[in-house]
Design a protein around this ligand. Structure first.
Ligand SMILES: Cc1cc2nc3c(=O)[nH]c(=O)nc-3n(C[C@H](O)[C@H](O)[C@H](O)COP(=O)(O)OP(=O)(O)OC[C@H]3O[C@@H](n4cnc5c(N)ncnc54)[C@H](O)[C@@H]3O)c2cc1C
Length: 408
């Protein structure tokens, strides 16, 4: 029987796994990669350490697409399969925190290295600096690149990623290719990205890091909350909890809906407990100004901002603070509100929400329902994950399934 000739468009996380699986299954595989080398984005993951998956791989951590679609994919290739796949290639995985898995080397380069070694071993053809511009459908497929080269195959896997961090390769050109084949693209928006705010106090807080419970609010309703280290910048807010909430902010802002983020700096205390604690401080240090009273309680650069937004004079004596003013201080510490005006754009975003509609993709094989023998893998599909290894897990899972089915 003639071997399947598979062309994989995009040598990122999903494309590299797809290539390995397909070649192991006997197919003749060529990877076309627009950058000068494969796996550039993998190198940047997890701050250069690569958070490759998560032990708590539940469908709640994924968004977009249909839940059935997501579950069908994760059922076929889950965290355990990822660990087995990479262990076999030589990666010794370790859990650092909250189920997050990294290579023991804590070097994302190890992941790219072991994938490249396997690609070499399997004699997969690798063509870098080849940006695919068109997929022509004849009896088989003819793939045209920017350098005017043509590649021929009977199966294609499109694994070009989304639009996030285009300097690392994924410039959205996969969406153009998919559209030319008739696919519908759910509007791509930047996710896992910093939020912008017009709050006047941001210049004062630039660089301040504080632990807090961040809540994203629309119309007085809490849509999601996340705890962790929040970083204030001159344009807005960043840090793991903010990135985690950013998908909701991005989506609502694109629909012109107002959102705010409220930060609770004392999540372990009720308003009453915090009020009692403040009352004790104000009484025991009644001669200190309120500004000096707050030293040691919260970050020093946050003190003036909290007192000002509570409408209190900075040099007011602690003993002169009224019950009503104390209530305003409690409110500012428990519900520090920032009006969100937008998010940073593609250059800063880690993942793309939106992409090829899951309704147009077979949820067992990842073959396009519109064009036979075209398979889709990775972030190009309208599914994105939370921070914590979920986006790479999606890339590995879909890469594996697309590679397996394209090579059948
Ligand atoms: C800074 C950063 C940190 C991250 N950290 C983590 C993390 O720790 N854990 C986690 O789970 N996720 C993380 N992610 C997300 C994760 O890296 C991606 O979701 C994942 O890499 C997507 O895999 P992919 O194969 O779909 O796309 P990509 O990895 O983006 O690969 C797509 C490839 O296709 C190539 N390409 C694009 N268009 C064409 C074309 N027309 N022709 C030829 N080639 C093309 C690109 O150059 C690229 O190499 C991070 C992302 C960023 C930006």
């Amino acid at each position: 029987m003639a071997k399947n000739k598979i062309i994989i468009i995009g040598g990122g996380a999903s494309g590299l796994v797809a290539a390995i699986v397909a070649a192991r299954n006997g197919a003749k595989v060529t990877i076309l990669e627009r950058k000068e080398r494969i796996g550039k984005k993998i190198l940047a993951t997890g701050n250069g350490r690569c958070n490759l998956t998560n032990l708590k791989c539940v469908s709640d951590a994924f968004h977009g697409g249909s839940e059935e679609f997501i579950n069908n994919i994760l059922k076929q290739f889950n965290t355990e399969d990822t660990l087995a796949f990479f262990s076999e290639l030589g990666i010794y995985p370790i859990e650092l925190e909250n189920g997050k898995i990294y290579p023991n080397s804590l070097q994302a380069g190890s992941i790219v290295d072991v994938l490249r070694m396997e690609i070499d071993r399997l004699k997969i053809k690798l063509e870098c600096n080849e940006e695919v511009m068109e997929i022509e459908q004849k009896n088989n497929f003819v793939v045209h690149t920017k350098n005017d080269n043509k590649y021929y195959g009977n199966r294609i896997i499109i694994s070009t990623g989304g639009k996030s961090s285009p300097d690392l390769g994924s410039n959205g050109s996969g969406f153009t290719l998919a559209k030319s084949l008739g696919h519908k693209i759910v509007k791509p928006i930047p996710s896992l990205v910093q939020m912008k705010s017009n709050a006047g106090f941001l210049k004062q807080l630039k660089g301040v890091k504080v632990n807090g419970l961040a809540k994203i609010i629309e119309d007085n309703k809490i849509l999601r909350e996340e705890y962790g280290e929040i970083l204030f910048t001159d344009y807005g807010i960043s840090g793991p909890p903010i990135l985690q909430l950013s998908r909701i902010a991005s989506t609502l802002i694109h629909d012109n809906i107002n959102v705010t983020v409220d930060i609770d700096f004392f999540r372990d205390m009720t308003n009453e407990q915090l009020d009692k604690m403040l009352m004790d401080r104000l009484t025991s240090m009644s001669n200190r100004t309120i500004q000096d009273n707050f030293i040691g309680l919260i970050n020093k650069r946050l003190i003036n901002v909290i007192i000002k937004v509570s409408g209190i004079q900075l040099n007011k004596k602690s003993g002169d603070i009224t019950r009503e003013e104390r209530a305003r201080l409690v409110n500012s510490l428990k519900k520090f509100t920032l009006n969100i005006t937008g998010t940073n754009q593609w250059n800063q975003s880690q993942v793309t929400a939106g992409g090829i509609s899951t309704s147009e993709i077979d949820n067992h094989t990842l073959e396009s329902k519109l064009v036979e023998n075209i398979f889709l893998a990775g972030e190009i599909i309208d599914v994105d994950g939370d921070c914590g290894g979920y986006n790479l897990q999606w890339a590995w899972s879909t890469g594996f399934i697309a590679g397996m089915n394209a090579s059948k």
